[in-house]
Design a protein around this ligand. Structure first.
Ligand code: NAD
Length: 425
């Protein structure tokens, strides 16, 4: 059975078929996933237990280039979800005009379960790589980190792949540690990319960020970096929420202070712990429903999927919604926000800075160079500006939402590639 997020992606893609008037034969190709590889991983853990773990890699479409997409380690991994998320990657890469296709994969286990030692996780990762070795590679399929995977695990995949293939193709994966060929600025890339997208939206819509307010759900990698960027652009954070609580103020919340606080405490305790900084700011503990009612200029969604739905979209009191997370606004939420004339900068555009910088890592490895943070960030800025401008123009010309415009641009590119390569009879 498809999960809610898979249903959402499928619905969005279906709308995309209509706005781009995709040729029925290409729709048929696009509906299916080119390959789904299953890897069996029999393993004896360090504690003596024996397990047979399963892993998958879904390779959706490679008309534009090698498959690209994350690998997640989660106990509830489903093949159907993996293939749908791979489809989303095909769209994301096409939207950014990258010479890459879409893939997604993972291993069905919980690496946070204390029974797995680091050595066990390394062996599971290496066995998964052995099972995939014929199917991945710089010209075939380039995995990356995703939920519960990190740069250390990407180093293991790269090392195992190079050993088996007797090659130096470290760009079989991206998201590696710096010392093993990773790229500067990858950690900040998604947050910075969101900022560039917002800046372009503001420029075209004559919207000045100075002294405007925002609330943000999710204060992890994406949330923290975008909050920091918005502050540097003159905005005030007046509300923040995560899985440990929701708070707001009528003045301004201190971003660095909250980040430090969250390392040790839940957000719900923030208002109770006094220090000299916080004494001057009155902080209110609220619930999620109240949080999304907060009047502000911009709402940033940087936590998880399906957070804005028919139940709460009507409560939003803002001028712009930005999807930092994947799929945080569902189809009903989208319709309600559109009726309220609140534009949404959609996930496939806003958070695509990550895959963009991953592509720079791939090129960097091919060229055997090491780019500086500034170089990477400048390239990202240019790319996000031009893609966002294209999306806004497409939406305006065709009188469609920014989300539909993203799908139109991506699917038009894919359609053109099929015709150019004479791949449909
Ligand atoms: P993260 O794990 O660093 O942070 C996740 C944040 O969401 C945390 O603040 C957590 O408290 C919050 N959260 C989790 N469950 C919640 C709940 N039930 N209610 C409220 N808050 C909750 O993850 P991240 O890397 O910041 O990613 C956030 C989102 O952005 C995810 O949807 C991810 O798929 C998406 N994304 C991330 C990247 C990237 O480069 N990191 C790229 C593209 C998309």
């Amino acid at each position: 059975m498809l999960s809610q997020i898979s249903k959402l992606v499928s619905e969005q893609i279906f709308r995309g078929y209509n706005v781009s008037r995709l040729h029925p034969k290409i729709q048929k190709i696009f509906n299916d996933c080119n390959n789904v590889i299953e890897v069996n991983i029999p393993i004896k853990l360090e504690n003596g237990e024996e397990e047979n773990i399963v892993g998958y890699r879904a390779q959706h479409n490679n008309i534009l280039g090698p498959y690209k997409g994350g690998i997640r380690y989660v106990p509830n991994l489903h093949v159907d979800d993996t293939t749908t998320l791979a489809k989303w990657m095909t769209i994301k890469c096409a939207l950014q005009d990258l010479p890459l296709g879409g893939g997604k994969g993972g291993i069905k286990f919980d690496p946070n379960d204390p029974k797995y030692t680091e050595k066990d996780i390394e062996r599971i990762t290496r066995k998964y790589t052995q099972g995939l070795v014929e199917h991945i590679g710089p010209t075939k399929d380039i995995p990356a980190p995703d939920v519960n995977t990190n740069s250390k695990m990407m180093d293991w995949i790269s090392d195992e792949y190079c050993k088996i293939t007797h090659s130096e193709d470290i760009n079989v994966v991206t998201g590696k540690t710096l010392i093993n060929g990773g790229i500067q600025g990858r950690t900040e890339a998604t947050g910075n990319g969101i900022m560039f997208s917002i800046q372009k939206w503001c420029e075209i819509n004559n919207f000045n960020l100075e002294n405007k307010s925002f609330i943000i759900q999710g204060f992890g990698n994406v949330g923290y970096h975008i909050a920091k960027q918005l502050r540097e652009n003159g905005m005030r954070m007046i509300g923040v929420g995560d899985h440990t609580g929701y708070i707001r103020t009528n003045t301004e919340l201190d971003i660095k202070d909250i980040k430090g606080f969250l390392k040790k405490h839940p957000l719900s305790k923030y208002s109770e712990v006094n220090n000299s900084l916080r004494e001057q700011v009155s902080v209110e503990n609220i619930d999620k429903n109240e949080f999304f009612k907060t009047p502000c200029d911009v709402v940033i969604l940087a936590a998880k999927e399906l957070e804005i739905t028919k139940d709460n979209a009507g409560d939003l009191d803002c001028k712009l919604v930005v999807e930092g997370a994947n799929g945080p606004v569902d189809m009903h939420g989208d319709v309600i926000l559109s009726r309220k004339n609140i534009p949404v900068i959609p996930d496939i555009l806003a958070n695509s800075g990550g895959v963009q910088v991953s592509y720079y890592e791939y090129i960097q490895n091919m060229e055997r160079t090491l780019h500086s943070y500034d170089y990477v960030n400048n390239m990202l800025r240019k790319k996000m500006f031009s893609t966002t401008e294209n999306v806004l123009e497409t939406a305006y010309i065709n009188r469609i939402s920014l989300r539909d415009a993203c799908y139109k641009i991506a699917l038009d590119r894919i359609q053109t590639a099929y015709f150019d390569q004479n791949k449909i009879a």
